[in-house]
Structure formats: C-alpha cells, structure tokens
Ligand binder design. Structure first.
Ligand SMILES: O=C(CO)[C@H](O)[C@H](O)COP(=O)(O)O
Length: 215
C-alpha cells in the first residue's frame, strides 16, 4: 500500500502560533492545512509565509469555497497553495471554477463532501470535472453532535474512483489504523495533535501508527 499522507490541520487564528505549531510538527507530517477560520483571519500572507518556510511540504488551503470558485481560489494558488478545497454543496459550476484555477497553477482541487446529501454522486461528478482529491469530512460542529466520518469513508472508498481520498473529523491515535485500512490516502489530524500536551510527540505517534497500518 502506498504510504498515506498525514495532513496537519492548523486551526488557530493566531498567525505566530500557527507558524510555531507548523515548526513543531513538520518532521512528522506531509501536508500543512491552513484551516478555514485561520485562512479567513490571516489571508494570503500566511500562505506565503508557510510556502517560503516549507518549500518541500504540500500546502492545502481549506477555503471551503461556496461561490466564485475561480476568482476566490486563484489568489491562493497564486500565493503558493498546492491544494484548495471547494464545497461539494457549492455545485458543479463553482467546483469547475476552482479546478480551472488549479490547472492554471499546476495545482490540485479537493472536494469537501461536508453536508452533501448524495456524496457518491457529488464525488463521481467532481472527479469527472477533474478534482484530484475527494474529502470525507465530519466538521467540528457535527463531531460535537456525535457524528464520525467512518461510514462515509467506507462508502466512498468502495466506489473505486481512482483519486485520492482524504478523511477528516476527529481522527486520533485510536482511529488511525481504521481509516488507513478503509482506504484513506490522506489522514487529516487537527485537535488530536494541537490539543495534545506535546504536539510534536502526538504527531510522531500518529506518523508511526499510519506507517505501521499501511504495511
Ligand atoms: O476542517 C476542519 C473543520 O471544518 C478541521 O480542520 C478538520 O476537521 C480536522 O480537525 P480535527 O481533527 O480536529 O477534526
């Protein structure tokens, strides 16, 4: 099995804390995600800072775009994003716009299936348009209501869409093996790392667990 990637969700609003957290976990993760509240608060300057600091890491900007796809995402690809997210609920015209912007910069587009009613249909149509990553995502509010991403991950993995599958939503040490075995190619982790007494140690543990599960 190809080694799954670990994506660190940087979900603080504070610019300096975000960069400091990225520095702590960098040895153990493959992708830095600038989370949605963080990118709204800090904008393209944070993208540029992380791009300059980490030229060899993948950089995902979690825009969760809902409209004006090409216009909104274009600025973030131009600033150095490798991947931007667009909401599946936005509709195919907006998704196509983000994909168009990504192509201009030889970058990638991730569809976020959060709150999409027919996830299989949305994933299939988005892949047909050219999306490279399908994101299964139980958001923070849904997690607080007791939901998890595991059922949706199994359903989407079974479709065999031939693109990478990302999973997010409360993934922690105890659930890493389950999501790798279910077919996730990108494991997103936020609170289980940034909320740990030692984020670096938590990231190291998750790296070991992901690599062990992928053997
Ligand atoms: O995109 C997000 C919320 O919308 C989070 O970044 C994502 O859910 C990962 O964080 P956690 O592991 O804490 O759930």
């Amino acid at each position: 099995m190809a080694r799954p990637l670990i994506q660190m969700a940087l979900d603080s609003l504070d610019f300096d804390q975000t960069v400091a957290l990225a520095d702590q976990v960098a040895p153990y993760v493959d992708i830095f995600e600038i989370g949605t509240p963080c990118i709204k608060y800090n904008g393209v300057n944070l993208v540029k800072e992380l791009r300059n600091r980490y030229p060899d890491k993948l950089l995902l900007v979690d825009l969760k775009t809902m409209d004006a796809g090409e216009y909104e995402a274009g600025a973030f690809y131009a600033a150095g994003a490798d991947i931007c997210t667009v909401l599946g609920v936005s509709g195919l015209a907006t998704i196509a716009g983000v994909i168009k912007a990504a192509k201009k910069y030889a970058a990638e587009t991730q569809i976020d299936l959060i709150n999409v009613a027919d996830k299989a249909e949305c994933a299939r149509e988005s892949v047909k348009l050219g999306a490279q990553i399908v994101g299964i995502h139980t958001g923070l509010d849904a997690q607080a209501a007791g939901q998890t991403p595991f059922g949706d991950l199994n359903d989407i993995a079974r479709l065999g869409l031939g693109v990478r599958i990302s999973v997010a939503g409360g993934i922690k040490q105890a659930t890493v093996q389950q999501v790798v075995e279910a077919g996730a190619n990108i494991i997103v982790v936020g609170a289980a790392i940034y909320g740990a007494p030692s984020p670096a140690e938590a990231a190291r543990e998750i790296r070991e667990l992901v690599d062990a599960a992928a053997v």
